[in-house]
Design a protein around this ligand. Structure first.
Ligand SMILES: [Zn+2]
Length: 58
């Protein structure tokens, strides 16, 4: 019987994004699977698109 390999157990699903938290200025991490970003300081969740649009329009 082949061994089932869970890729999510090995790889870190968080990708450090090049954006700052609009609430506290902390660094945002992109949670690629859900298309969301989470702040490492205040733990606030934001949709990736919302952050991207906000940074582009500055
Ligand atoms: Zn924050």
């Amino acid at each position: 019987m082949a061994e089932f390999e869970n890729i999510y157990a090995k790889s870190n699903p968080f990708v450090r994004a090049h954006f700052d938290c609009p609430t506290c200025g902390g660094k945002l991490w992109e949670y690629a699977i859900q298309g969301q970003m989470v702040c490492e300081d205040c733990r606030e969740l934001y949709p990736s698109k919302e952050i991207f649009d906000a940074q582009v329009s500055q």
